[in-house]
Design a protein. Sequence first.
Length: 108
Amino acid sequence: MACALDVTGNEPTAKKGATVTLKVIGANTTLRQASVNQTNVSANIDATRKSVFFDLADGRNKVVLTFFPPPAPETLDIVEDCGDGTTQPVLSFGISIHAEATFDIIAS
């Protein structure tokens, strides 16, 4: 399975209709909720609460991920899970009391 996202530009891009799987890498942080274009996709969060998948519509796709914060600050990495153990970075930031990540993916 190949990566769906092209992360070489200022914003991630992909083909419309592509299925994207995002994974959270943080020792104590888990996904609480996920939405794409204001549609709740939290039912697609896996049992470990560490990854979510969704399909991309044509145009700008606004992704909002909300996290259960860790008891102490930590670095959180959001990567695309490309399958076969391959990942590529999408975002990285420090997390503490409240965390939400919002970013766009352009699909065409």
